[in-house]
Ligand binder design. Structure first.
Ligand code: 3HC
Ligand code: NAI
Length: 708
């Protein structure tokens, strides 16, 4: 073991163009400003500053982006010098002009780097934004102080509180960009621009020396910004600090404002919402890697109902040719109308260009002939939920489709292996469980059958990604990950109703925790009859007269949910607003009495704990069984499919914040009070709690993530 390790290639390459030096940040995949990049950039800037032969510097990013921001993983540890703030101060203090040459994304710290440069030259594909709020952070490297000086405090604040990126043209109008150049020959054009700056003697131009343009952040404006941000980023602790720092840009001098933003950044970095959101950032990458996906161009969607038409919209807007097939002509007509209306509505909302919409609509053909699927590369089945009909359909697909066609089912509960077996080629069958409305909801559970080939799973993942969806691979069991956990959560909801809580109290307790909707309003929205029918078909329900008893009662009383104008709540004609109904309370109270359950006052904290800990315990079982590959997958599923609050990081991350030992002792407490039928801790939870570990740490030790 002798000899020095080979030198690491530098993250910053330099190239001389006469008196101009180009400093190219080369740190794939997105040039995040990790410690080695900061060090290398600082060295390169200092060397260029000291070199009398150099008159100006151009900073660019190698690859598809300029710089996508700070390295998010580094926020879990204490900052390491040179910190970004100091590096940017040093760049800004250069006596020679520094020009940012921006293409692709300049986000967060990447945008702040561009602001510390004296001039900004951009390609027309450039996109700039400060997405820190999405991570529970604020722009911590001077952005809150420099951007208001450039475009005014109001414009700067709305950009930071929205987290959205703006295209090059808008950045030019706002005055963020000084000059736009062609994407081809971009660096040559940037060098020519730098040369022009040198020749004209314009020199360095630090933003710190500029006053914030006049204008006040009045109460009406701030009130509106607060309202928008609270709706978009509930529970995120960096909202107020962002406002405070932008106000400081007006009221304090640059150094004092910068020092304040630095302190607030550190507080936000340590906040529970930022930790949770950073966890979500990585959890939401979706399943990647593994085998190469098959090439997909033509997709057949079988069943033109609610789900089939929604899936067709997502496929067509992503560029796939779609055959939408149904046995009912009326269903085909209705499905095609829905595709057309939804795509056209996207044009009205400015989300889609008219030409793209016309092309998307033109890609969808309706048909009642299953035989037209013989040239499909992928078929997604979305017919009625029932094993007999699905097996019948898959037997036909197995005969009709050419070998190599991927056969996917959108079943939400049925055994994918039993469906696959009927096709005669189970290795090409996979579950693609979309959520309703399928054209809006981002989540797709990709269900791996016993025989499913890795490239078939990779294909489902690639198609999901191309549709802009989050595909997470899960194992095959009743309800897969999301709905199986929902059963445990819903079980406690229904037991609590019999024990003394009302639907309104439970929903308010869960919404207070941050759930997008309470469980009773969700049941009404989905339709209580769906679960009712599934429970009738299941053979493995617990022998417990209390189990989902209230849901059954509601259905038997004709209270099917929103579509019937009444379910757990009442709904006025045409309204989606749940109104508590004394008739439901009386119905439940009578049932409690019939079952001999003494009703009592239930605290909101008990509601939250029982519903959430039931969810966590089921999640731990799912992990033990390998139905989910990681706690992060479960978290991504629950935050994207079930309205779990992102700022709490999903159920398994939430378990870690409570501490698995505390979760375990709550289960023991519930078992003592209610028996252990439902309150037996998952062995994995017991194990992790005994070791004083967390689900996150356990997963990092046993990581299998990324393998399809
Ligand atoms: N830090 C660490 N990793 C990052 C990263 C970052 N800032 N940005 C992207 N990555 C990683 C992704 O996790 C992914 O890794 P994987 O391949 O292992 O899954 C890889 O880079 C490629 O990313 P994408 O798959 O997302 O690539 P796309 O081309 O689809 O999108 C992007 C590119 C638009 C730049 C997108 O990655 C993105 O939005 N990144 C996050 C940007 C961000 O939030 N920046 C702010 C950071 S906080 C900050 O800067 C604080 C400062 O104020 C001090
Ligand atoms: P739906 O009743 O709206 O549509 C089903 C369509 O399939 C009907 O138009 C029917 O005519 C057609 N169909 C029935 N048999 C057929 C056959 N043999 N060949 C061709 N077409 C046939 O049903 P929905 O809600 O769209 O559900 C479809 C599937 O999606 C089910 O498996 C369901 O469990 C699943 N799912 C539904 C969700 C929802 O919220 N509605 C959510 C996630 C999955």
């Amino acid at each position: 073991m002798n000899g020095a390790a080979p030198a690491m290639p530098s993250c910053v390459q330099t190239e001389r163009h006469g008196e101009i030096i180009v400093l190219a940040i080369d740190h794939p995949p997105v040039n995040a400003l990790a410690h080695p990049v900061r060090s290398a950039l600082l060295d390169a800037v200092l060397a260029a500053e000291a070199n009398t032969g150099i008159s100006a510097m151009v900073i660019q990013g190698v690859g598809p982006h300029f710089v996508a921001g700070a390295e998010i993983r580094e926020f879990d540890a204490e900052p390491r010098a040179p910190i970004l703030n100091d590096l940017l101060l040093r760049i800004e203090a250069c006596s020679k002009p520094v020009i940012a040459a921006i293409h692709g994304n300049a986000l967060g710290g990447g945008f702040e780097l561009a602001l510390a440069c004296h001039y900004r030259f951009a390609a027309d594909d450039a996109s700039l934004g400060m997405p820190e709020i999405k991570l529970g952070l604020l722009p911590g490297a001077g952005g809150t102080q420099r951007l208001p000086r450039l475009i005014g405090a109001a414009n700067a604040l709305s950009l930071m509180l929205s987290g959205e990126s703006i295209p090059c043209a808008r950045a030019l109008t706002l005055g963020i960009i000084d000059r736009v150049g062609p994407r081809s020959n971009f660096i040559a054009a940037a060098v020519a621009y730098a040369d022009e700056i040198v020749r004209s003697g314009q020199g360095a131009r630090p933003l710190r020396d500029r006053p914030v343009p006049p204008g006040v952040l009045d109460d009406a404006f701030l009130g509106e910004q607060r309202r928008l941000a609270a709706r978009k980023f509930p529970g995120v602790e960096s909202r107020e600090p962002i406002i405070e720092c932008v106000q400081a840009a007006i009221t304090l001098d640059f150094d004092a404002g910068l020092a304040l933003s630095r302190r607030r950044f550190e507080e936000c970095r340590r906040s529970s919402s930022s930790r949770a959101l950073r966890h979500m950032f990585f959890a939401e990458r979706g399943t990647r890697g593994g085998a190469a996906p098959r090439a997909i161009r033509r997709v057949g969607v079988l069943g033109a109902g609610t789900m089939g038409s929604g899936i067709a919209i997502s496929l067509a807007t992503a560029g796939y040719s779609v055959s939408l097939i149904d046995t009912q002509t009326a269903a085909i007509t209705a499905g095609l109308t829905r595709v057309r209306d939804t795509v056209n509505a996207a044009v009205d909302k400015g989300r889609l260009a008219p030409a793209e919409a016309a092309a998307a609509i033109g890609r969808v053909q309706g048909s009642d002939a299953l035989a037209s699927l013989n040239d499909a590369d992928l078929v997604i089945e979305a017919v009625f939920e029932g094993m007999a009909v699905k097996q019948d359909v898959f037997a036909s697909l197995g005969r009709l489709c050419r070998p190599g066609t991927v056969l996917a089912s959108n079943t939400s509960t049925l055994d994918i292996d039993a469906i696959a077996a009927a096709s005669g080629r189970p290795e090409e069958v996979v579950g693609m469980h979309f959520f309703s409305p399928a054209n809006i909801m981002r989540l797709v559970e990709i269900v791996r059958g016993r025989a499913t080939l890795p490239d078939v799973i990779a294909t489902a993942a690639a198609v999901s990604r191309r549709m802009g969806k989050l595909g997470i691979v899960v194992g095959n069991c009743f309800g897969f990950v999301g709905n199986r956990m929902l059963y445990a959560y819903g079980r406690e909801n229904h037991l609590l109703l019999l024990e003394g809580a009302t639907p309104a109290q439970i929903d308010s307790a869960m919404e207070g925790f941050g759930m997008a909707m309470g469980p009773n309003a969700v049941g009404d929205l989905a339709g209580l009859d769906i679960g009712y029918r599934v429970r009738r078909e299941r053979q493995d329900l617990p022998d417990d007269p209390r189990y989902y008893r209230v849901a059954d009662l509601l259905v038997e009383a004709g209270r099917l949910g929103q579509k019937a104008g009444r379910g757990a709540f009442l709904y006025a004609q045409g309204s989606r607003r749940p109104v508590p109904d004394p008739e439901v309370d009386a119905l439940i109270a009578a049932e409690s009495q019939r079952l001999g359950i003494a009703r009592r006052t239930i605290e909101d904290s008990e509601i939250r704990d029982r519903c959430l800990i039931a969810l966590i315990n089921e999640g731990a079982r799912i992990l033990t069984e390998g139905i989910a590959a990681s706690p992060g997958d479960i978290d991504a599923i629950w935050c994207n499919g079930y309205g779990f609050p992102r700022f709490r990081g999903g159920p398994m991350w939430y378990a870690d914040t409570l501490g698995p030992a505390a979760v375990l002792s709550a289960i023991h407490r519930f078992a003592a009070a209610h028996g252990n039928r439902y309150w037996t801790p998952a062995p994995l939870l017991t194990d992790i709690a005994a070791r004083g570990d967390t689900f996150d740490a356990w997963h990092k030790q046993h990581s299998s993530r990324g393998n399809l």
